[in-house]
Ligand binder design. Structure first.
Ligand code: ADP
Ligand code: MG
Length: 562
């Protein structure tokens, strides 16, 4: 096969594939350019999840008429001159690829004006300049990207729903809004405002604007050895890692090392499967990192990963100690000992039954159905376990696990018959959400509907809940319940998995917590229902609901028999 030299247009489109994956990547690159241009006001407007139109307007330095035209050529940058400059980079961009890449796969216009100069408008299509004219404009730059991927059908097909793309964009804008205090950001779509983050004086206020006042109020400061930011107290947490934002010199990066350090520092205070909400910036000498290992610069390489880990870990511990969240002895604070969710009750107190592993095999070997229903309830211990006397001995029931099993089977049956029982919330319940949470809820409204949640949009980034599944216990925070449910739905792709995970979770949120006192009537009802389920010995997560001990075991332990 003969070798061809690829033409410029083909080279550009191939390069664009690396930098520009989807509308959110366009937004990311344009925002970074605005930041590099010294803007302190950046407004983003999107239409149809950015698939139809993306506009990013800033009040930065602007470009000269010549530069505006040059900027869309490949490898044109005002930020570095040669390779050596790469190691002292303090700007967001430097590869000179973004604008040329975006221009090659869209219909792009640049309107820009430098102070004391005339404005100019450059229009291009598929990377080719179609026109250039004087244009009245404000100081700064406005980039309009129409019909992204109009000339790359394969990429266009690969884009997801409007809401999905919008969510990705919201996520990108949030990450910048969270770290830059002295810059104002807005994100709008055709319907209204998604993010509005004014210029403020602290990360705390950024968090308030993006994640809500409640999260901001309940957060502690981290500030040690160039690791600076804020983290929500461990009691305020999320079901995914997406709420941990780590930055290096204010550049958002996906850094597993830093995230692990944060999580490890908080490990004893936060439950398994839950993640912190954090905004943490690392000041690092540009020479100590290589930002040029990923086309979108999302991943960076630290020269000394161990040092980074230790520095972040220490800073977070230090922050928690200063906020009185963490004693030097690393003891678990009391309120966490009992726990509440299935993930949270790994060790409900130092149970003295824990050592009894030797009975497990005996229990597993037993068949179901031998137990008569009218067991004797002896009482509840540690507000967590119910002791029942059985014909053969006694059993210990974990009240939360038992109720989970009961509710799971009930929910499953209702779901399969497409009639999940609902309870009406009399005055509705308004949930204030972040833009990301909001779009995720709207996108999944069908699934939520099938699960029994009924709601309406209620102003900007808010919904009003009208009905919820009848089983859901109101003692749990509804917002947290829905958001966690969405995480479960979002994480799994297969419909069956989504269903299973959602039902399991809802079963948990329908169940009495460990640590709740039950009277005899309540205990009896619970045990009766448990015995009526199809699988009474395990909860939907696979943990035992009941441990059974035969009388012989007691007799042996008391040395009554040999
Ligand atoms: P890079 O950011 O890596 O330099 P880009 O392709 O993103 O490459 O941008 C090319 C050049 O265009 C930049 O170096 C900058 O000089 C100019 N430019 C792009 N966006 C803006 C903007 N919003 N304001 C001022 N100049 C800009
Ligand atoms: Mg750039």
């Amino acid at each position: 096969m003969a070798i061809n030299q690829l033409d410029e247009e083909t080279i550009n489109r191939i390069a664009a594939g690396e930098v520009i994956e989807r509308p959110a990547s366009v937004v990311k690159e344009l925002i970074e350019n605005s930041i590099d241009a010294g803007a302190d006001k950046i407004d983003v407007l999107i239409s149809d999840g950015g698939r139809n139109k993306i506009v990013v307007e800033d009040n930065g330095s602007g470009m000269s008429s010549d530069d505006a035209q040059k900027s869309i050529l490949r490898h044109t940058t005002s930020k570095i001159r040669d390779y050596n400059d790469l190691w002292s980079i303090l700007t967001m961009g430097f590869r000179g690829e973004a604008l040329s890449s975006i221009a090659s796969v869209s219909k792009l216009s640049i309107i820009t004006k430098q102070e004391n100069e005339d404005g100019v408008k450059v229009e291009c299509e598929g990377g080719e300049i179609k026109g250039k004219k004087a244009f009245a404009a404000n100081n700064g730059t406005k980039i309009i990207v129409n019909e992204l991927f109009y000339n790359v059908p394969a990429r266009k097909k690969f884009l997801k729903s409007r809401n999905y793309e919008q969510k990705q964009i919201t996520d990108v804008v949030s990450r910048y809004a969270l770290i830059h205090t002295n810059k104002a950001f807005t994100l709008r779509n055709d319907e209204g405002v998604l993010i509005e983050k004014p210029k403020v004086s602290s990360i705390k206020e950024n968090i308030a604007a993006v994640y809500g006042v409640d999260v901001a109020k309940e957060s502690f400061i981290v500030n040690k050895d160039g690791v600076r930011g804020r983290i929500a107290k461990p009691t305020i947490n999320r079901a995914s890692r997406d709420y941990m934002s780590v930055y290096v010199n204010k550049r958002f990066v996906k850094s597993k090392i830093a995230e692990d350090a944060i999580m490890d520092a908080m490990k004893t205070l936060i439950f398994h499967d839950r993640y912190p909400i954090a905004v943490i910036n690392l000041d690092i000498e540009p020479r100590e990192v290589d930002v040029n290992v990923h086309p979108a610069k999302r991943i960076i390489k630290f020269k000394d990963e161990n040092e980074i880990y230790q520095r972040v870990f220490d800073a977070v511990i230090n922050g928690m100690q200063a906020a009185d969240l963490f004693s030097t002895s690393k003891a678990k604070p009391k309120q966490h000992i009992l726990g509440e969710g299935p993930e949270k009750k790994e060790k409900p107190k130092e149970s003295y039954f824990q050592k009894r592993n030797d009975t497990q095999s005996f229990l597993a070997a037993e068949e179901e159905g031998e137990y008569q229903l009218d067991v004797n309830i002896m009482g509840q211990i540690h507000k967590t376990y119910i002791i029942i006397e059985t014909e053969e001995g006694y059993s210990i029931v974990d009240q939360h696990a038992a109720e989970e099993r009961i509710n799971y089977e009930k929910l499953r049956e209702q779901y399969e018959n497409e009639k999940v029982e609902r309870q009406e919330l009399l005055n509705g319940c308004v949930l204030e959400l972040t833009a990301t949470e909001f779009s995720s809820i709207i996108e999944n409204s069908n699934v939520l509907g099938e699960l029994g949640f009924y709601f309406e949009e209620f102003g900007k980034n808010s919904i009003i809940l009208r009905q919820i599944p009848a089983t859901i216990s109101l003692e749990y925070d509804l917002k947290d319940t829905i958001l966690t449910l969405l995480e479960k739905v979002g994480r799994n792709t297969a419909r069956d998995e989504k269903k299973e995970e959602s039902l399991k979770y809802m079963a948990c949120r329908s169940s009495v917590k460990a640590g709740e006192e039950l009277n005899f009537k309540e205990m009896k009802k619970l045990i009766k229902k448990l015995f009526e389920t199809n699988n009474k010995y395990t909860c939907p997560h696979g943990r035992p609901t009941m441990l059974r001990y035969p009388l012989q075991k007691l007799e042996k332990d008391f040395k009554r028999t040999e």
